[in-house]
Design a protein around this ligand. Sequence first.
Ligand SMILES: CC(C)(COP(=O)(O)OP(=O)(O)OC[C@H]1O[C@@H](n2cnc3c(N)ncnc32)[C@H](O)[C@@H]1OP(=O)(O)O)[C@@H](O)C(=O)NCCC(=O)NCCS
Length: 314
Amino acid sequence: MTGSRILALGHYQPSRVLTNDELAQMVDTNDEWIRDRVGIVTRRIADGETVADMAAAAAGKALASSGLTAADIDLVVVATCSAVDRSPNVACRVAAKLGINAPGAYDINTACSGFSYALGTVDHAVRAGAARNAIVIGAEKLSDFTDWTDRSTCIIFGDGAGAAVVTATADDEPAGIGPVLWGSVPEKSDAVRIEGWRPYIQQEGQTVFRWATTALAPLALQACERAGVQPSELAAFVPHQANARIIDGIAKRLGIPQAIIAKDIVESGNTSAASVPLALSKLVERGEIASGAPVLLFGFGGGLTYAGQVVRCP
Ligand SMILES: CC(C)(COP(=O)(O)OP(=O)(O)OC[C@H]1O[C@@H](n2cnc3c(N)ncnc32)[C@H](O)[C@@H]1OP(=O)(O)O)[C@@H](O)C(=O)NCCC(=O)NCCS
């Protein structure tokens, strides 16, 4: 059975930077509280751009650096929970924008764990022979679903997109995408919600915080075990960028040193399904991960859902 690997990465963020001081003029909050409790300094906000625009921009960059062309791509998968239109889905819009003809094209919504779910399904599609070269994207425009009068949520979220080109590995080549560990906690579904007609993000912050800092480290460890990799062997840990304190809590329980933990939350905020590929793409672009080195991806959030896998970087 052929496996798959990530061939190239790309990311896109809107140019508008929203600072903590600007938020303090909109709601009763301040820069110190946001930095201490969440770890965010700035986030990007889309102005006029859609989820599909940002997804296509990130995917276009990944495709350009992959050495493949649009004609080579036979599957496009987009993880998002903030697409406004019911149909066409974002994947079809991305394919149209990039000139990809007749790919399999579908969206996945598992909120903040979406990229790892999407990467898992693409790896399975390649292994099953249903695809050979795919683009996997996490893209969100959470600003459309943010109540800008609610200080408990509006300080957290941002917009952006990250993408990976995935290709089948040769028969004699080791798989570059490890087995996915995925799951959910349906009885805690109400802890993060974007529900109803014209909805806003709502959450029980402390419920999510407690769950994330107690339940997730053993699950992230299982993702490592499935790939046959020890946490001490990881070149980087790229978790969902929910809250710097949550990230540090999980990493500490896994014994992962600060130096290899992605902290894109500081400048990008929580971008849900986009946060993992966005942070990963930036680390690779800056040359901080050696080619072929093992990296643990781990998404978690609305649902409550989680998913993670060890990947080898391009
Ligand atoms: C949301 C979150 C940052 C709140 O931090 P917290 O330490 O749990 O804060 P609490 O909700 O206990 O609130 C503490 C106080 O800060 C206040 N507060 C809340 N938001 C504030 C803000 N933006 N600025 C200033 N004060 C704020 C609260 O009103 C409360 O005040 P009180 O003590 O007078 O009642 C934190 O719970 C969290 O990050 N949870 C996880 C959420 C998450 O990751 N969601 C995405 C899912 S992927």
